[in-house]
Design a protein around this ligand. Structure first.
Ligand code: PLP
Length: 437
């Protein structure tokens, strides 16, 4: 670790063990665009394969550029170590496949990114992993839906479109009593929320969004908090308490902490079993792009959040806007929760509902001039979408409502342009909706 600072601005630049490239003294992290690494001798190679020594073997499993990114994000989240993968989707899939085999289940919050929902409800089901969906407003429902085959709880910190902060500590504590770890997708709340501090065991991110920050690269990461005892309830986590067939019958939950001296069995299995076998590795060039994004994330994220709050304030005063969805404008218990979990700002997303339903939503989107109309979040630019006619259009109206999507709902991922220009574009689009209405 080159810095012991707890400040995200410093960790983003100095976190992890990288200070300079040892062969060239390069300060910027080089892109190690290599597939493989020359072993020093036969003993060295043998030690690496038997995990007696950690070191580079093959870029599908590890890479020095990617390692810098992994160390910095692990430190930023307050975790012990991390594993970068090729997308946010791969991060959620691997985080769960590292705990579940066919016949097992997890309990997930209903409030999820649509891609994660599909992965859980359809693809995992076809693989024999069942995902049961619990109401995030009822922490006990996670326990009620679990059984002896439940291996994890899963949630997003700040899920859109509802933007209701997930009760991390409440659900994490319930799970810990019976050996169930909470996995949190913290994509929409980097810097501002620290799920591990509140009892989550694992944090994942889509790096594609605010961490990358410039809409150029797809990636994901899994952070191991090192704060969960995988062996306390041996029947609950069989993959960490039964002999692993691909590592000489080792009980990974016991052997990894003994051999490596750290509680990182989860991350080691994710890397040396799941990533090794399923192969969704991040490219070194994309790892470099994410390191560049990470360096300015604290600065950018503050601006994203400040601008989002000002956009929410502006919308609140518009007659044609029936409802503004933003943590600042939530009711008592949700507002309290936002205050507890979001320490440095209330998030970069704003939703609002236009009077005039689906037609008003379409006119608004078609009238935007500066703001991009895309199915993405977390770009430096402001982005907008009308979910009822796009991302959620295949759902019945009842299911759309359950997901928090009303006909006139617009989602904004507020960027870092000058606030006056963002509001001017929204304002001229609203005027066009008013004229048509
Ligand atoms: N998690 C959240 C909250 C997301 O919004 C997304 C993508 O939009 C993902 C995960 C998936 O990430 P990726 O697109 O990098 O696979």
């Amino acid at each position: 670790m080159t810095t012991k600072s707890l400040h995200p601005e410093t960790i983003a630049l100095h976190g992890g063990s990288y200070r300079k490239d040892n062969s060239t003294n390069s300060v910027a992290v080089p892109i190690y665009q290599t597939t493989s690494y020359q072993f020093n001798n036969q003993q060295h190679a043998s030690n690496l394969f038997s995990l007696k020594e950690l070191g580079n073997i093959y870029t599908r499993i590890m890479n020095p550029t990617t390692a810098v990114l992994e160390e910095r994000i692990a430190q930023l989240e307050g975790g012990l170590t991390a594993l970068a993968v090729s997308s946010g989707q791969a991060a959620s899939a691997f985080a769960i496949q590292n705990l579940c085999k066919a016949g097992d289940n997890i309990v997930s919050s209903t409030d999820l990114y649509g891609g994660t929902w599909n992965q859980f409800a359809n693809t995992f089901k076809q693989m024999g992993i069942e995902v049961r969906f619990a109401d995030p407003e009822e922490p006990n429902s996670f326990i009620k839906l679990s059984d002896e085959k439940t291996r994890a709880f899963y949630a997003e910190t700040l899920p859109n479109p509802k933007l209701n902060i997930f009760p991390i500590e409440e659900v994490a504590n319930l799970g810990r009593k019976i050996g169930i770890p909470l996995i949190v997708d913290n994509t929409a709340a980097p810097i501002t929320c620290k799920p591990l501090k509140h009892g989550a065991a694992i944090v994942i991110h889509s790096l594609t969004k605010w961490i990358g920050g410039h809409g150029t690269s797809i990636g994901g990461i899994i952070v191991d908090g090192g704060n969960f005892d995988w062996t306390e309830f041996p029947d609950r986590q069989p993959l960490f308490n039964q002999p692993d067939p691909s590592y000489w019958g080792w009980i990974l939950g016991k052997v990894v902490p003994e051999v490596l001296g750290a509680n990182i069995a989860y991350a080691v299995r994710a890397r040396f079993v799941i990533l090794r076998d399923l192969g969704a590795a991040l490219s070194p060039t994309n790892a470099f792009n994410f390191i560049q994004g990470l360096e300015t994330l604290p600065l950018r994220f503050k601006k994203h959040q400040d601008n989002a709050e000002m956009v929410a304030d502006y919308l609140k005063n518009k007659k044609i806007v029936k409802r503004v969805i933003h943590p600042k404008y939530q009711s008592n218990s949700l507002k309290k929760r936002a205050k507890k979990y979001l320490e440095h700002g209330s998030g970069p997303l704003v939703g609002f509902e236009l009077d005039g339903g689906i037609e008003a939503g379409k006119v608004f989107i078609d009238s935007l001039e500066l703001i991009y109309h895309v199915a993405n979040i977390g770009d430096a630019r402001t982005l907008a979408i009308h979910p009822a006619s796009t991302t959620h259009s295949q759902l019945s109206e009842a299911d759309q409502l359950r997901a928090g999507v009303t006909p006139g709902y617009i989602r904004l991922s507020v960027g870092i342009e000058h606030i006056k220009d963002i509001i001017a574009d929204i304002d001229q689009a609203i005027q066009k909706v008013e004229k048509k209405g």
